[in-house]
Design a protein around this ligand. Sequence first.
Ligand code: MLT
Length: 310
Amino acid sequence: MPRVLVTEPIDPAGVAILSQVAQVDQRHNLTAAELQACIGEYDGLLVRSATKVTQGLITAGHNLKIIGRAGVGVDNIDVPAATRQGIVVVNSPEGNTIAAAEQTVALMLALSRYIPQANQLVKAGEWNRKEFLGVEVYKKTLGIVGLGKIGSHVATIARAMGMRLLAYDPFISQERAEQLGCSLMELEVLFREADYITLHIPKTPDTTHLINRESFKKMKPTTRIINCARGGLIDEVALVDAIKAGRIAGAALDVFEQEPPAGSPLLLLGKEVVLTPHLGASTIEAQSNVATDVAEQIRDVLLGLPARSA
Ligand code: MLT
């Protein structure tokens, strides 16, 4: 029977599907060295975002036929190295669309109304209403960078909340943007006009530090940024400086350049910043969707059926 290694927690529905055709080992706390030492025993590998599937690991995985990522994108997998070795790489491009969009909107509202900080103070026995004078999102301008599945769903929700929508996406038609109620524009214009900016793009060499020291100079002092996409899209050092200098009003981040962001100066900022531990896909529904989606693809490849590649 083939063997599949699952290195991060996934929904039991996915494990049940894999178990139809393989022996499934769930080993969630392996170090990189332990993973490297055991990967040669496996025909399939299933990861989320924490496991770095490097060229070295792939080379050691000489029995691997398929690597699955229970999530959007495959940015923690060296796909060219896998392809060279004849290993199929699959993911779940749609399973957590709603979860990520809802997390984005939740963070936008939490940031605007200081909900995490107010909650913390009430639980500490304090009652301070003056400290938490927030802002409304109604009639504010939301700049959406990336109008793919997640960005589009954010647009739909934000439109219902009465926001004006701008979007930057070089790959989308004017017609599609208009259907979503968004005005397409250049990134620089979006930076200047938006009260809120939210990122929904993959991290590539071209998008790394897309938001940088120069970008912050173009924004308004009232601008707030939300990133539920990928750490590294924002230059975090420049972000901290921009917030400290009052160049922008704040940020809500679900993803970081280093995860967890131990020692980051972001952790020392006050109520202008809301931070969550990469929870964009963490809903019961999304986890069931992505685990099922990827497990079915791994099962099919192990059965010798054709794969949908990532
Ligand atoms: C995704 O890309 O879908 C998520 O980042 C996956 C995860 O939550 O690990």
